[in-house]
Ligand binder design. Structure first.
Ligand SMILES: [Zn+2]
Length: 199
């Protein structure tokens, strides 16, 4: 959602920084020299910054370790049905907060939803759904080792809790992104490419 026309009063010139905007709907690589600096009172050292994104006008905070909101995994995908788009956006936001277990669980939920929508039986396990998507050629030909890892990790019992790390989230999100593009985005784009303007 874009901000209405306006500006931040009293913003200052700060040391220029290149970064990825933390606002989820922007996420652009930007350079900014506008914002505020935090000065430590004991020695006036600058230890934190707030930068204003020149594209979306929203602030991102930095100290020596953190960026808040952080950079999220995944890319924007167009033409998603509303609920899928909402859940995919939540997955991306949780990766920006380092909540990779929550992201992986939501990705699995989305994968199962997509498989059922594409004709899989609705009472299967996560592994059944991944197999269904692979067997029905939704995964590219050379993706077998990578899909096997997703399958293995998803093969845990319902009562188990396994904490996930960034690479786990990256792996399943890449698979999910590919499916979302293949099933929702490309067909719409292809359709609008062949229709004359206005239809
Ligand atoms: Zn931005």
């Amino acid at each position: 959602m874009s901000l209405p026309e306006g500006d931040w009063p009293h913003k200052q010139n700060v040391q220029r920084k290149k970064y990825t905007c933390g606002y989820s709907d922007c996420s652009r690589e930007v350079g900014s020299d506008k914002g505020w600096e935090f000065h430590q009172s004991s020695n006036s050292q600058r230890i934190a910054h707030i930068y204003i994104c020149p594209v979306c006008c929203r602030p991102t905070f930095f100290d020596s370790v953190n960026q808040i909101p952080g950079t999220q995994l995944g890319t924007n995908i167009e033409h998603l049905p509303k609920e899928i788009s909402q859940l995919y956006s939540e997955v991306r936001k949780s990766t920006s907060q380092g909540a990779y277990t929550a992201a992986v669980l939501s990705c699995r939920k989305l994968l199962m939803h997509i498989a059922v929508e594409q004709g899989a039986q609705s009472n299967g396990s996560f592994v059944d759904y991944v197999d269904y998507l692979v067997d029905n050629h939704f995964a590219p030909p050379k993706s077998q080792p990578w899909v096997d890892r997703i399958r293995q990790k998803g093969n845990e019992a319902n009562h188990e809790i396994k904490i996930m790390v960034k690479s786990d989230a990256q792996e399943i999100m890449t698979f999910l992104e590919m499916l979302l593009k293949f099933i929702y985005e490309f067909p719409q784009k292809a359709q609008s490419a062949v229709l004359p303007p206005g239809q």
